[in-house]
Design a protein around this ligand. Structure first.
Ligand SMILES: [Zn+2]
Length: 723
């Protein structure tokens, strides 16, 4: 029943409706669910999903169906849980933990389909329900997690866990329940529980508003390019994407640049118009910061204070301490240690690159000081000069279709999975494709949905989500796994071409998808991607490594017109260029992670938290270069504030990179990136294992030791002996 709490995996900016599993009382919850109720006849959400492979019938689902479906699902779940808590029989694993795991089926189904649509294909009606739902969900889960009778049973089982003859997986599941309930405040007194419930409800509303403000700013702005002058420097693929973006906004025949990353970044990289670069850059970095109705500053102040209060009530000095206690890193000090270790060499490299970029400005006979909106433009020139490679010559070799094939091929070589296109499975938009996944023995493993193209109904970023988790508790249940991306769709008959970064994003999210598809556990609470936060990016970031190998690129990077493989010298230069500009990439990421930690390290007192001032001061303290901005400024940092998914946990990507660099070395050391023995261990202890054991134990089972950051520094070209 708790599997939905980790419903999103982000590689970029999307958080969305994450089920916040904390805090209220069951009685209030029942009153609240009535608010949602409206008439329900012929509601496809109320039935078991009847489509092929048990997929929901998206064609029949209308926004109006969600209110009655949620009302029924919340009520049904509350009744089930009340009967578990009120059971007169002494607690056993079966009548308490397993019973909880099997409960809430209708709610899980409704939440999963709603979350998918709210992220990938939203509209005004869904946005309204999303706002309404956030506090109600929060109360519902609080009612359960703070239920004293229920916690007594869990606590009793936990205390006698060594005498229960549980399997290792069951032990872990019991531990996870105990931890979740304790961290939600189950052991607090009634007054404290009531306050926690209020805090959580308020946080849920604020998180939804935060996310919707960012979406509104993204939808509400486009830089319209008029005539050839405005297009100066833009290669064909950027123009084509800009034409498509304009057309989607009803500006057929024009070109538009939007504030989604996939639109802004190529423009900044290629546009010769410094004034337009500045314009779009300012709009992009000001999302959530316009002082008007969609401004997020007050929301952040309130959220930070509420999180700090919650942490103190639960016995932690700060929200960061609270958050990190249930991660692989364990403490803010451990996180700080890693970030500091990487920050100094990253910054050093960035400053050296800045000098080189400023040199290019001067060489053009111009005398302005390099600004943040100039960085990518001159970096692209420097890359051409240093690595003799440019994005525009690589791109024709990176067709979306071939990169999808490459991801499937890699999964086949490593794990024996095969993928077969399935038409006739219901989907939520015509662009969505479906594949059936089978294992080596040809047995059905699940479905994989790919939703690749940007559209205005979709939140920006890229993420993995699911319609159903793997489990064996209620029979052999196969997962339905979804990848959502925001690639710019090509015009008409041309194939969609990707940047190398886009291709890496596809592999990244597909790595999360494999974590869901290969999951092989009994209990939903530990299935697939339901793992500790700083372990969750290992399967995704590790999978990116295969894309960056000649064995894969030679086979799949083929010119979209001629079918010729990418020339060997270009391939060599492309891979050699991987350490290029890593100073800037490291600085923009680590700065975001450090600020995240600092924000949530504050034992915030009563006074209002001034995020503007805090951001400026904190950046000055770490010596942030003027020419680089954070990858995500706090004001639109959805990882932190659209729900608390990555709050005090943005470091997780770097933590996982330590793991994945070290893990990929296990293949490299043997000289075979598809080594069957290493792949089997990787599958058993990482991709199939979900959260069935502590991450440090899983990693040690795979590698026979814990990782060191050396591989990460070397990969980024930041190690001492790198030039
Ligand atoms: Zn990810």
């Amino acid at each position: 029943m708790f599997s939905q709490s980790a419903s999103f995996q982000l590689s970029d900016t999307r958080s969305g409706v994450i089920m916040r599993a904390f805090a209220s009382r069951m009685t209030r919850m029942h009153q609240q669910t009535k608010v949602l109720a409206t008439d329900a006849d012929d509601n496809p959400l109320l039935d078991e999903w009847g489509g092929p492979f048990g997929v929901p019938d998206f064609g029949r689902i209308k926004p109006d169906h969600f209110r009655p479906a949620f009302a029924r699902a919340f009520a049904a779940h509350a009744t089930e849980v009340a009967s578990i808590g009120g059971n007169a029989a002494a607690p056993t694993f079966a009548n308490t933990i397993a019973a909880l795991e099997a409960s809430g089926q209708a709610l899980t189904r409704t939440v999963n389909v709603f979350n998918l649509l709210a992220g990938a294909h939203t509209n005004d009606a869904i946005l309204a329900i999303e706002r309404e739902l956030a506090p109600i969900k929060s109360k519902h889960w609080d009612g359960i997690l703070m239920d004293a009778a229920l916690f007594d049973r869990i606590d009793c089982l936990y205390r006698m866990r060594d005498q229960l003859a549980l399997s290792a997986e069951e032990q872990r599941v019991l531990e996870r329940y105990h931890t979740k309930f304790t961290r939600a405040g189950a052991a607090l007194d009634a007054a404290a529980k009531a306050r926690l419930a209020d805090i959580n409800e308020r946080l849920a509303t604020l998180g939804t508003t935060f996310s919707q403000n960012v979406l509104a700013d993204e939808q509400g702005y486009a830089l319209v390019l008029d005539g050839e002058d405005d297009l100066a420097g833009l290669p064909d693929f950027v123009r084509a994407a800009a034409r498509a973006a304009a057309e989607e906004r009803g500006l057929a025949g024009k070109h538009a640049i939007t504030t989604s990353r996939s639109s802004v970044e190529p423009f900044l990289q290629f546009s010769a118009r410094r004034d337009l670069r500045e314009k779009i850059f300012r709009a992009w970095t000001a999302r959530g910061d316009d002082g008007g109705a969609t401004d997020n500053k007050a929301l952040i102040a309130e959220m930070v204070a509420l999180r700090a209060e919650r942490a103190r009530m639960l016995g932690y000095p700060s929200f960061a301490h609270y958050r990190l206690d249930d991660t692989m890193a364990k403490t803010p000090q451990a996180v700080r240690g890693l970030l500091d270790r990487v920050w100094a060499p990253g910054r050093r490299r960035a400053m050296a690159d800045r000098d080189a970029l400023q040199g290019l400005v001067q060489a053009e006979g111009k005398n302005f000081a390099l600004a943040p909106w100039d960085w990518r433009y001159y970096a692209e020139k420097l890359r051409k000069a240093r690595c003799d490679i440019d994005e525009a010559t690589i791109k024709p070799y990176l067709q979306l279709e071939r990169i999808i094939e490459a991801a499937f091929y890699t999964a086949t070589r490593l794990f024996g999975l095969t993928f077969e296109r399935r038409d006739g499975v219901p989907v939520w938009h015509d662009d969505v494709r479906v594949w059936e996944v089978r294992d080596t023995a040809g047995r059905h493993r699940g479905l994989f949905f790919g939703d690749y193209f940007a559209r205005t109904s979709k939140h920006s970023g890229a993420w993995m989500t699911k319609l159903r988790d793997q489990e064996k508790l209620r029979g052999d249940i196969h997962p339905l796994v979804v990848n959502v991306m925001n690639f710019s769709k090509s015009d008409q008959d041309e194939p969609t071409l990707l940047s190398f970064d886009d291709a890496k994003t596809l592999f990244h999210e597909f790595g999360h998808a494999l974590h869901g598809l290969l999951s092989d556990v009994t209990y939903p609470i530990i299935a697939g991607t339901s793992v500790l936060k700083d372990w969750s990016e290992l399967p995704s970031q590790l999978f990116e490594q295969w894309l960056q190998r000649p064995e894969i690129l030679r086979r799949f990077a083929r010119h979209y017109r001629t079918g010729e493989p990418i020339p060997e010298d270009q391939l060599r230069r492309l891979l050699a260029a991987r350490t290029f500009n890593q100073g800037q990439a490291t600085v923009e990421y680590v700065a975001s992670a450090l600020i995240d930690l600092e924000i949530h390290f504050q034992p915030v007192a009563g006074e209002a938290f001034d995020i503007d001032n805090f951001e400026r001061t904190a950046l000055a303290r770490i010596g942030m270069p003027d020419e680089i901005v954070m990858r995500h400024r706090p004001i639109h940092f959805q990882h932190l504030f659209a729900g608390d998914g990555y709050a005090a946990a943005y470091y997780s990507y770097l933590w996982s990179e330590v793991l994945d660099a070290d893990a990929f070395a296990a293949f490299e050391e043997g000289g075979d990136i598809f080594d069957a023995g290493v792949a089997k261990k990787l599958r058993d202890h990482v991709y199939a294992a979900g959260g069935s054991r502590d991450p440090a134990e899983l990693y040690t089972a795979f590698r026979r030791r814990l990782p060191t950051p050396d591989g990460l520094l070397k990969r980024r070209g930041l190690n001492e002996d790198a030039a």
